[in-house]
Design a protein around this ligand. Structure first.
Ligand code: UDP
Ligand code: MG
Length: 319
């Protein structure tokens, strides 16, 4: 089989409940599309029936290509593994495996790609998630926009269609703590957003724990902004200036008015306040140091346990 035009890449972590729906919708998209399409599914160390379902599917249907990771590495790394195995010549369609990103949008996205865009990313018009998550996301994206040194579009996640050359650049970026939507923006070329309504998860629970979401947000902030370090410097300067003014005032009081400096409470307050500020500052710098620490190890980003791709029967030449 020659290489497909499009690879649909979807990471899965314990997605037994949504799996049959996912396959049904993907099949419908592939059957209706004039494009040649393969699907790359990545098992991110699932502990439920997802593995068995994927194995069966990959053996039964040559359009599906399944990659099994050696353990759970997290969504961003799973996506990276999937992109590395995708063989598409034209573009990679990145979706979530829980059908929050409708695969039916492939045609529309592909139309944009043909207009000359290298990245067609989805912009969420409405989220069907609880208010806390919506507020957290919207605050995060707005914060990112104001502090990041690359322009990361508001309310867009990893759901996108990216050209072969963008996928190649992404695969060459050795970043250990990955924030793919930021890396994608960094690459440049022509990029365009398409609005869509993000559906609620079809079945099962979100596999992103609060801790994982926080890690993703930190990766966004500390990998795409120098602002936190600049903020620390600025805070230091402001504190220094304030301390100098206070010193002058104390000296004037003592030598001009003959007052003995008072204010033990104020002193205590200042010590406690700035111990806190210093710890926060250390933590911020620590985040960058941690990233250097992980990156210098130079470990592979993930380990693949197995890849299943059913071999197409090759035509026997000369027979
Ligand atoms: N996922 C993954 N590894 C993880 C967590 C999630 O591969 O450690 C997959 C998950 O199966 C889904 C996608 O990443 O296909 C998005 O995750 P989820 O829907 O849980 O995140 P949310 O949409 O709630 O942000
Ligand atoms: Mg989801």
């Amino acid at each position: 089989m020659s290489d497909p035009q499009i690879s649909i890449v979807a990471p899965l972590y314990n997605e037994t409940e949504s799996f049959p729906h996912l396959v049904g919708r993907l099949n419908a998209v592939m059957d209706a599309s004039p494009l040649s399409i393969e699907v790359v599914l990545i098992d991110d160390g699932s502990r439920d029936n997802t593995v068995a379902l994927m194995e069966q599917l990959a053996l039964a249907d040559p359009r599906y290509h399944c990659v099994f990771l050696s353990r759970n590495y997290g969504h961003q790394i799973a996506l990276t593994a999937g992109m590395a195995s995708a063989r598409a010549t034209e573009a990679l369609f990145i979706i979530d495996g829980d059908l929050q990103d409708p695969p039916e949008l492939l045609g529309e996205f592909y139309g944009k790609l043909r207009e000359g865009y290298d990245v067609v990313y989805a912009v969420r018009k409405k989220r069907k998630e609880n208010w806390f998550k919506r507020l957290a996301y919207s605050t995060f994206y707005r914060l990112m926009r104001s502090i990041s040194y690359v322009e990361i579009p508001l309310d867009s996640g990893d759901f996108s269609l990216i050209s072969r050359r963008v996928a190649d650049v992404l695969s060459q970026m050795p970043e250990e703590s990955r924030f793919i939507r930021g890396m994608r923006s960094w690459i440049g070329f022509r990029q365009v957003g398409v609005e869509y309504e993000r559906d609620a998860r079809l079945a099962g629970e979100s596999k992103y724990s609060f801790k994982m979401l926080r890690r993703l947000a930190y990766n966004g902030i500390f990998n795409f902004s120098e602002y936190p370090v600049k903020l620390v410097t600025r805070l230091g300067m402001i504190t220094f200036a304030a301390a100098m003014l206070y010193l002058v005032q104390t000296l004037v009081k003592k030598y001009v008015y003959g007052d003995v400096p008072q204010g033990f409470t104020a002193l205590l307050f200042v010590i406690v306040l700035f111990s806190g500020v210093q710890l926060i500052a250390l933590g911020m710098i620590g985040e960058y140091v941690l990233r250097i620490f992980f990156q210098t190890k130079g470990r592979p980003l993930y380990v693949v346990r197995e890849i299943i791709r059913r071999q197409e029967r090759q035509p026997i030449s000369g027979a």
